[in-house]
Design a protein around this ligand. Structure first.
Ligand code: PLP
Ligand code: TYF
Length: 401
């Protein structure tokens, strides 16, 4: 029956972990997958999450199904986190929101909703480069995937001129996917002024903005600052779609906790949109898992836990920022490594696009046992006080060839 099924390629990012596991050298470092590690290189469960779990256990909850759109306290608190308390659609009851299977599931619900109900041509513009999963995800949702320029490899910075030109040339009503903060894989975000310009272009071209917010709090360590783009667009009167993930900012990776939301005209429209979200979700997975949503809801709904969580998110963001500064300082000042390395310091979030070339990343894997994507993306979280010097020295050797 399956004789004509062809072997597909492995996932390029998860494949790195396989190579890493097979390497027996004690100095090995995995900078492939984007998952936070503490200063000892270990997965990190937030204290605020542990406290939330204790509070939940004390409530002795049952294991009944959630509704199709998930835990209502969670979704309303998730929307509040993304849009902010003074958001106009939030105060008017004009945000349609559902729980999702983390950020990936939120994107997929959004892609399917647009493919089914958006009354215009179903093309979505993704930045080049973007998170690798965006392309098959939106294609499988039934959208036509196109691209806009984002990265300038000469400056290792934002190609703002290319971005503006491509969005200005997009047909009216095209959907544009925007990374709300901590762009994956480049670590390069528009400045607030550049966001304001992008918002103007999106308005002028009547584009539909779809924000992927997988890293709120993780970029700057500040929840509101990382939501700037979403909140600015909403304040400018745009209707938006937002995919939220609590994988990174609460460390809830395997709990698959997320939300998808759309701003709508009014509560009557919300009721209609809500009904169609349910019709999309019910035949896919019926209803989402409860535990992660309970944790996130507990944290977001309790002032003390919330404050604790904010401190912990900031702690993760700050640890990553300190690694950026350390690499920059070793390469630039100590080793005088050829090239400029300011971008490592200027980039933000989980990832850095190092500018290392495929032959250099190959040499790093083979000679130094350091694993990253072939285009030179490193997950900053894999670095710590114990390995950052070894990493920088190995980069220096790879660059000198
Ligand atoms: N979007 C981006 C840009 C990401 O980097 C990720 C995870 O790496 C996701 C979405 C989705 O992650 P998850 O489904 O684990 O929330
Ligand atoms: O490192 C990255 O960019 C992600 C990590 O279900 C990841 O691809 C891995 C598994 C998953 C979601 C994200």
């Amino acid at each position: 029956t399956w004789a004509s099924v062809v072997q597909g390629p492995p996932d390029p990012i998860l494949g790195i972990t396989e190579a890493f596991k097979a390497d027996k050298d004690p100095r090995k470092i995995n900078l492939g997958v984007g998952a936070y590690r503490d200063e000892h290189g270990k997965p990190y469960v937030l204290q605020s999450v542990k406290k939330a779990e204790e509070a939940i256990a004390a409530q002795n909850p049952d294991k009944e199904y959630l509704g199709i759109t998930g835990l209502p306290e969670f979704t309303s608190r998730a929307a509040l986190l993304a849009y902010g308390a003074d958001s106009d659609p939030l105060t008017r009851g004009a945000i349609s929101v559902t729980q999702s299977i983390s950020g990936t599931g939120a994107l997929r619900i959004g892609g399917t909703f647009l493919a089914r109900h958006y009354p215009h041509a179903k093309a979505i513009y993704l930045p080049t480069p973007t998170w690798g999963n965006h392309i098959p995800l939106f294609r499988d949702s039934g959208l036509e995937v196109r691209s806009y320029r984002y990265f300038n490899k000469d400056t290792i910075g934002l190609d703002f001129e290319g971005l503006k030109a491509d969005l200005l040339a997009a047909p009216e009503h095209a959907v544009v996917l925007l990374h709300a903060c901590a762009h994956n894989p480049t670590g390069i975000d528009p400045t607030p002024e550049q966001w304001a310009t992008i918002s103007d272009i999106v308005k002028e071209r009547k584009l539909f903005p779809f924000f992927d917010m997988a890293y709120q709090g993780f970029a700057s360590g500040n929840i509101a600052r990382d939501a700037f783009a979403v909140r600015h667009f909403v304040a400018q009167g745009h209707q938006v779609a937002v995919a939220q993930s609590f994988a990174k900012n609460m460390g809830l990776y395997g709990e698959r906790t997320g939300a998808f939301s759309l701003t709508v005209a009014d509560p009557e429209e919300k009721a209609r949109v809500d009904s169609q979200l349910k019709i999309i979700i019910r035949p896919m997975y019926s209803n989402p898992p409860a535990h992660g949503a309970r944790i996130a809801s507990q944290i977001l709904g309790d002032a003390t836990l919330y404050a604790h969580w904010e401190t912990e998110v900031k702690g993760m963001a700050d640890r990553i920022i300190s690694m950026r500064e350390k690499i920059y300082s070793i390469l630039t000042h100590d080793l005088k490594t050829p090239g400029t390395w300011d971008h490592i310091k200027n980039q933000i979030g989980m990832f850095s696009y190092t500018g290392l070339k495929p032959d250099q990343t190959k040499a790093l894997a083979e000679k130094a046992h350091i694993y990253m994507t072939s285009e030179g993306r490193i997950s900053m979280a894999g670095l710590n006080g114990g390995n950052v010097e070894y990493f920088a020295e190995s980069v220096d050797s790879a660059v000198r060839g």
